[in-house]
Ligand binder design. Structure first.
Ligand SMILES: Cc1ncc(C[n+]2csc(CCOP(=O)(O)OP(=O)(O)O)c2C)c(N)n1
Ligand SMILES: [Mg+2]
Length: 378
């Protein structure tokens, strides 16, 4: 479903607490009937709940570790945004890739990284996915087509473009889901990426996770066009759409359309998914309580929490009840607790490892390093 030349139907900004946001399932379009959703089995629907709960319980456990002083660096929590990673990544096929910014735990778990390797990475342990050298912001799993985990705002957008370009170059039918925040849309490099994607027909799907804030700066204070960020795609002759992020069916339906456009026609899309984060920018955000009111956060938790809404939906459909939901939740909590134990019991990297796995060492003297053609060597 392409919304070019069409005004957004539900988008809300500025004073989000007062925003008249739609309830999941009450959109004019019932996205549960979309082809990509119509044939979902009860097991698949429950698996989406499981994935969202896994993210939330994993992050709550990591927050505890952070507050106990066991974690170095930053910790950016994804809590509140779970439906975005779960809905979009549930559509990934074998030739599809993902790349995101530093708020990367949710995507990592959904693409199949284990809680153990992620929690160990948080604590800087040798058993972590990046051998303890990356931390919270730098989860990577190339074997799962997951390319991180990037700290420079919008820095991942040209990388996602390049990954998608490589797919086309190799003749593979796939796409790269390239996530960014609402604060990244004003970075020059993102606009260069949009232009090149449209100009060269690159199979990339840019996904703005619009959680309304860029650190302590609200969207109203950072964007000249306030009602819609995705509309910027018009400037690059690119298709775009906006998505009600709290409705998992809508996330899947609209993302699927964009992915198919990329895979089948090699055309890029800019999606804007409306979402919200409950915690501060990072756990160390000293201004967390200054730029928005506690009532605003409470309003979201009570009315727009994606997990709560999905549970409600599953109950209405007769797919789940309180008991089955509790069981899934308890399993997620147990998995997170086991991951904490695994991480705490794991060793730190050896001192001599400090010079291994650095870019220079891996690349030095190789053909890929000499020519810069990492994705084109075979
Ligand atoms: C180029 C650059 N400028 C500034 C920063 C500092 N910074 C880190 S996160 C951030 C806010 C980004 O907000 P958004 O893109 O909305 O992502 P969110 O944190 O909401 O997920 C800023 C300004 C940075 N990391 N990189
Ligand atoms: Mg943001």
């Amino acid at each position: 479903m392409v919304n070019r030349n069409q005004q957004p139907s539900h988008f809300s900004i500025v004073s989000v607490a007062q925003a008249d946001k739609p309830k999941a399932g009450s959109s004019p379009v019932d996205f549960s009937k979309a082809p990509v959703n119509a044939d979902l089995t009860p097991e698949q629907k429950l698996s989406f709940l499981r994935e969202m709960l896994r993210i939330r319980r994993f992050e709550q456990a990591s927050l505890k570790l952070y507050n106990q002083g066991k974690m170095g660096g930053f910790l950016h929590l994804y809590i509140g945004q779970e439906s975005v990673a779960v809905g979009t990544c549930s559509l990934l096929g074998p030739n599809d890739h993902t790349i995101t910014a530093y708020r990367d735990h949710g995507h990592a778990l959904v693409v199949g990284m284990s809680m153990d390797e992620c929690m160990a990475e948080m604590l800087g342990k040798a058993t972590g996915c990046s051998k303890g050298k990356g931390g919270s912001m730098h989860f990577f799993a190339p074997d799962k087509n997951y390319w991180g985990g990037h700290g420079i705002v919008a820095g991942q957008t040209p990388l996602g473009l390049g990954i998608a370009y490589a797919l086309k170059y190799k003749g593979l039918k796939g796409c790269c889901l390239t996530y960014l925040g609402d604060g990244a849309v004003n970075q020059g490099v993102f606009h260069e990426s949009l232009n090149m994607a449209a100009l060269w027909d690159i199979p990339v799907v840019f996904i703005i996770e619009n959680n309304q804030y860029s650190m302590g700066t609200s969207l109203a204070r950072s964007s000249s066009i306030k009602a819609c960020l995705a509309e910027r795609a018009e400037g690059y002759a690119m298709d775009w759409d906006i998505v009600n992020g709290e409705d998992l069916y809508e996330v899947r339906a609209k993302t699927f359309d964009a992915m198919e456009r990329a895979r089948e026609k090699c055309r890029p899309t800019l999606l804007e998914i409306d979402t919200y984060r409950y915690y501060g920018h990072s756990v160390a955000d000293a201004n967390a309580k200054k730029y928005r009111k506690p009532e605003e956060i409470e309003f979201y938790k009570e009315n727009h929490d994606p997990i709560m809404l999905w549970e409600k939906r599953l109950k209405e459909e007769g797919v789940a009840d309180d008991e089955s939901i509790k069981k899934i939740d308890n399993e997620a909590k147990a998995e997170a607790a086991a991951a904490v134990k695994f991480a705490e019991d794991s060793p730190f990297p050896e001192l001599e490892d400090i010079f291994t796995d650095v870019y220079h060492e891996v690349d030095m003297g190789t053909e890929a390093g000499r020519t810069g053609r990492h994705f084109f060597s075979d």
